[in-house]
Design a binder for this molecule. Structure first.
Ligand SMILES: *Cc1c(COP(=O)(O)O)cnc(C)c1O
Length: 403
């Protein structure tokens, strides 16, 4: 039989990724095992995706049941799971209508196209400017990567879509300096995820809402990472007293089964008329059945309270640890999305820290060269949590001694 080793990755997969040396083969809750049977505590949730942990029993059973019922029917037909899921999203959020797709990038692509189409319909062909933020991340299609604020991801692919401007995050004056009657939308992550786990200041989001209203521009919240309970509310905008016009969600929505969604109010959604946008797999019964279960479980108030409680425990434990070792310059984030920024002394060493954590049986994420990102499953048990923390502490001890 063929040896499925890490070396094989370098032969048969494109080298746009450099995965860890070990290969996970099984997961249960917040635990993962590799080919050698070594156990890891997973503080990544597959990048904020497996919010209910690996192989959650109720989610597995919904997937099994749907897999024996109907997998796919195309957009020539609707299906019951999609109808139920869209109704649920309308009940639980500001939005009236949903467009289903398969990823965060696709949800943002749809959001940006809808914003442009709506502006052109309502106000004319001149209204196409999109304001986005430096360091932001919105996906890897050419449009979303051009809107994202990280040139290293968008350069080198030829001409980019036009009329996109980037200003510093949390800088309302910079937005005011570029917004005008030609602006169709501002797109913002409530917490910069990939860009370093940097939360938006409340007055900043408020200010964005005000200037959008003033200039008839749409406010798009990219909640691909912050959504579905990650911050302790179902969506991060629910911590504020403002609402976006369009919201995108993906990652945790399917707990690992690919699904994305773009949500909007009725009068805006109207611009997606028959045939204007589409996707083959979007809204398929398998993905929607799973997402229905995920939303049912995560949207319960007691579940979300438990996320906030766990969040406080995690912040407290990390702050206490850091008082001893002074490894981190700042520990920030919201809910169970945390970023630990390394002290300047250790800058550039996040990847090294991560490799060491792997050795100690802990899976972590990075957000740039200086930030360790933690995104454990939202229902991580006391046992998994304390073991994960112990392994984190051990990693910190060894790392500081070595450095
Ligand atoms: C992950 C992410 C995306 C892209 O999602 P994909 O499913 O990888 O296409 C977009 N926006 C944010 C904020 C993300 O974190």
């Amino acid at each position: 039989m063929m040896q499925l080793t890490r070396d094989l990755f370098d032969k048969v997969l494109m080298q746009n990724y450099a995965p860890a040396q070990f290969i996970p083969v099984r997961g249960q809750g917040a635990r993962v095992w590799d080919q050698a049977g070594k156990e890891y505590i997973d503080f990544t949730s597959g990048i904020a995706v497996n919010a209910l942990g690996h192989c959650h029993l109720e989610v597995v059973s919904v997937l099994q049941a749907q897999s024996q019922t109907l997998w796919h029917s195309s957009n020539w037909f609707t299906n019951e799971p999609a109808l139920a899921l869209a109704s649920k999203l309308a009940d639980l959020t500001f939005a009236d209508r949903t467009f289903f797709c398969n990823s965060g990038a696709e949800a943002n692509e749809a959001a940006l196209k809808l914003a442009r189409r709506y502006a052109v319909d309502r106000f004319g062909a001149h209204k196409t400017k999109i304001i986005a933020f430096k360091q932001s991340f919105h996906g890897r299609t050419l449009f979303t990567v051009s809107v994202g604020g990280q040139p290293k991801y968008s350069d080198g692919f030829g001409p980019k879509p036009a009329d996109i401007v980037h200003v510093p995050y949390n800088d309302l004056n910079a937005v005011k300096a570029v917004i005008d009657d030609h602006t169709c939308a501002i797109i913002v992550e409530p917490i910069l995820g990939e860009g370093g786990v940097i939360p938006a200041e409340p007055h900043f989001l408020h200010g964005l809402r005000e200037v959008c209203d003033q200039y008839n521009a749409l406010l798009i919240f990219d909640e691909v990472q912050t959504g579905v309970g990650r911050t302790g509310k179902l969506y991060a905008y629910m911590h504020t007293d403002i609402e976006p016009d369009i919201l995108t969600t993906a990652k945790a929505l399917g707990n690992g089964f690919p699904i994305g969604a773009m949500l909007a109010r009725d009068h805006i959604a109207k611009s997606f008329t028959l045939g204007v946008h589409g996707t083959t797999f979007g809204g398929n019964p398998l993905a929607c059945a799973v997402a229905n279960k995920v939303l049912d479980l995560i949207s319960q108030p007691h579940f979300l309270i438990q996320v906030s409680t766990r969040s406080q425990q995690l912040f407290t434990a990390l702050e206490r640890l850091n008082q001893k070792v002074r490894l981190f310059r700042q520990i920030r984030g919201q809910g169970l999305l945390l970023g630990c920024e390394l002290d300047t002394l250790y800058h550039g060493k996040a990847a090294e820290f991560n490799a060491l954590a792997n050795q100690h049986g802990l899976m972590l994420l990075l957000a740039g060269p200086n930030v360790i990102r933690l995104a454990p499953s939202l229902n991580i048990t006391d046992d998994e949590f304390s073991q994960g923390l112990a392994r984190f502490e051990k990693t910190v001890e060894v790392f500081v001694q070595r450095a």
